[in-house]
Design a protein around this ligand. Structure first.
Ligand code: FES
Ligand SMILES: [Fe+2]
Length: 340
């Protein structure tokens, strides 16, 4: 019996704003989302804020060193709290609309001119708290109270990196790219090595893409390919549902978050961590080679998206040899879209 070739998802799922709205709720609203690293929050009051799939999120280090995550939204009239990025908010998180002040544990500390003579009870207006857990210092949050603990979600990754002593890597650089494509277009490109020979001439010299392998251990997909000669790119390429690449090399680790911004826009955030004793020139070389590969991926995914938008192509097919990871991802998307 010949192996069945799977069909791809229809193109409309990559361009329809209503599909994106469903994905926001059903995928991003129920997954662990990568925020950053604990070391970016060295002191009390330090925060990271970011927007993923339209959800404004923040994590802040409170008194006693505890890191908590909240929606970056004021409970008064939905004003903005801290700006996206990293920073320090001191002892209080202060809304930029009317100045409500929240303690670092999320309790409302003061609401100007809401006097004691009213029925107002500040205990009802604490920040919307999210579950926040860490894995090797990497912070994740989820909006779903019932999602399994982070340790269970990342168990396949933990098995893969447990002997690699990744704590020796320290946060070094961050970079951001805006891409004109649906987030799934970029994820799917990440999930296969079939395109390496055609799209990444540099990477193709460093690894033997003919022996590229994909291994699925839900919710993680692993990729591997043997290095050519003494190239240093070989390592562990992992990907965690729904939108995080985790690339571990001999001298560093690179977290790659693929954040949807809208149905046709995606933001790529790289966080680079390197061995503390790695030379500046090796750090630069490593970042440059990663950014070169990224430019090629951006070029191809934007071209694919234009064709998905054009209304000519509807569905295609997946290589059983190379695109199993894409097929698994598309299956999860199908499930998520069928959920009420
Ligand atoms: S919306 Fe935040 S204080 Fe008014
Ligand atoms: Fe690529």
């Amino acid at each position: 019996m010949p192996k069945e070739v799977a069909r791809t998802l229809p193109a409309v799922l990559y361009r329809d704003p209503m599909v994106y709205e469903t994905e926001r709720r059903n995928v991003f609203g129920h997954s662990w989302l990568f925020l950053g690293h604990e070391s970016q929050l060295a002191n009390t009051g330090d925060y990271i804020a970011l927007t993923i799939a339209g959800y404004p999120l923040m994590a802040v280090r409170g008194k006693g060193g505890v890191i908590r995550a909240f929606h970056n939204v004021c409970r008064h009239r939905a004003g903005p709290l801290v700006e996206d990025g990293t920073g320090a908010c001191g002892e209080n998180i202060i809304c930029r609309y009317h100045g409500w002040r929240y303690a670092l544990d999320g309790r409302l500390a003061s609401a100007r001119d809401f006097g004691p003579a009213t029925s107002f009870d500040p205990r009802e207006y604490g920040l919307f708290m999210l579950r926040c857990e860490a894995w090797h210092g990497f912070l994740f949050a989820t909006m779903d109270a019932n999602v399994e603990p982070l340790a269970e979600t990342v168990a396949p990754l933990e098995r893969a990196v447990s002997a690699m002593n990744i704590e020796r890597f320290a946060f070094s650089h961050q970079s951001t790219h805006e891409i004109d494509c649906n987030w799934k277009t970029y994820v799917e490109n990440y999930l296969e090595g079939y395109h390496i020979a055609d799209v990444h001439p540099g990477l193709n010299l460093a690894i033997d893409a003919t022996h590229y392998e994909v291994k699925i251990e839900p919710p993680v997909v692993f990729h591997s390919a043997p290095p050519r000669g003494n190239a240093s790119v070989a390592g562990l390429w992992g990907w965690l549902w729904p939108c995080l690449g985790i690339n571990v090399y001999a001298d560093g680790i690179m977290m790659e978050r693929i954040s949807p911004v809208g149905h046709g826009q995606t933001q790529l955030n790289y966080l680079y961590f390197f061995a503390r004793d790695l030379s500046e020139s090796d750090v630069r070389r490593s970042i440059e080679s990663s950014e070169a590969t990224t430019r090629e991926d951006i070029w191809i995914t934007q071209a694919v998206q234009r064709n998905l938008d054009a209304g000519i192509y509807d569905t295609g097919c997946l290589s059983p040899r190379h695109e199993e990871g894409v097929g698994w991802f598309q299956g999860r998307i199908r499930d998520a879209l069928n959920k009420i």
